[in-house]
Design a protein around this ligand. Sequence first.
Ligand SMILES: NC(=O)c1ccc[n+]([C@@H]2O[C@H](COP(=O)([O-])OP(=O)(O)OC[C@H]3O[C@@H](n4cnc5c(N)ncnc54)[C@H](O)[C@@H]3O)[C@@H](O)[C@H]2O)c1
Length: 437
Amino acid sequence: MTGKRYKIAIIGTGFVGLATGAGLAELGNEVICADVNKDKIDSLNNGYLPIYEDGLPELINKNKKLGRISFTTDIALAVKASDIIFVCVGTPSEENGEVDLSQIESATVSIGEVLDRYKIIAVKSTIPIGTLDLMEDILEREGKVKGRDYDLAVVPEFLREGRAVYDFFNPTRIVIGTDKESVDKILTEIFLPLNAPIVHTSPITAQVIKYASNAFLAARISFINEIADICDHIGANVNEVIEGMKYDKRIGGDYFSPGIGFGGPCLIKDLSGFIKMVEKYGYQANYLRSILDKNNHQIKYFINKLKKLLGGLLKDKIIGVLGLTFKPNTNDVRNSLAIEIIKELKKNGANIKAYDPKGLEEAKKYLDGIILCDDIYKAIEGVDALIILTAWEEFKEIDLERLKSQMKSPIILDGVNLLNPKRVKNYGFIYEGIGVK
Ligand SMILES: NC(=O)c1ccc[n+]([C@@H]2O[C@H](COP(=O)([O-])OP(=O)(O)OC[C@H]3O[C@@H](n4cnc5c(N)ncnc54)[C@H](O)[C@@H]3O)[C@@H](O)[C@H]2O)c1
């Protein structure tokens, strides 16, 4: 898989920056990854990956040995050495749901200060409309002229955490947002070896494609959660409802998992950012708002379910929690609903013991006053109920006999519909999922 090779700078080495940098190096490009976080860069230079992502350490080590990828805190060095700059910094939410563009601003200042010859600056970060104008203003203040010193483009990222390497090499599509043919040509050349459909469009449309895609994924989850909650109320089984729906190709079965709702670093913040952005253009996105409202409601719904199973009281109950990351196969707990649920349970006076295969270290940053266990069975010893909050495969293998003998009372509330209800109940557990009993 080789195309035309370029000198590439990656600004921001988080999930997106690392996966993009490693992937582009594997395609034969010369990549320098730069980040302001010295600890991150030090650990990358020492051969340690600050994130858990299947296949990524191997890919980085291989390309490091071949001299195709390096890591630095010296943004100027990375910018000067490159023909193309991919901006992959974070765009988190502000308190009010608007997008915090401070990382984009500081990255643009760093680029503008040292831009010494024409380069393409392609933004992979998820950014609201208006961000390119902001970047242009910053670059203009640094004396840089659009078209002469640089051009901006939007190349949104669609990778899934936990499958980032696979997704880099097997993208569902590449979206290239630029109004300039020469920029489109170069960016197309870079991604051509991936043999994916390429959508060529304007920067604004590229931004909307990213926001609309995440909004749609969020909508599927809120929709199926609505159906699951209805199933709970009328005694239907949501797993069988999905089975009966998914064969219709217009519907399909992907991304249709009932549970505690969507969390993580993207969906909530992107949906909020999208809603806030269009409000500025005078549009009230009521449908999008309802997707978010349903998601907020789902945590309360889950906690009420637990309360009912425990006879109406959470105070002084000991709850065993399996799963802290926002989804399996990652150590990322940013915006994880598991963390939100634990905080809420604690507020209600419950005591928590929790286990996660990869997320314990990260979870420590967000949680205190709970017992974090390095083993499933330590987390369920003596608990009044077990709740499952992340769909790790490992939890499917749990020894139900042992579980029952160690728990104080045999109550399982499965927030991700991971276990087989019939099998669990055969062991004498009181079991509930979301839309299944
Ligand atoms: N994580 C995902 O699954 C995912 C998927 C698609 C799109 N995105 C989008 O991609 C962007 C990056 O996401 P992420 O999860 O990789 O973020 P992240 O927070 O993991 O990483 C961002 C990195 O940028 C660095 N940084 C901040 N300011 C900098 C600066 N001025 N110069 C250099 N480095 C700087 C930070 O230190 C950090 O390491 C976001 O806009 C996000 O919405 C993320």
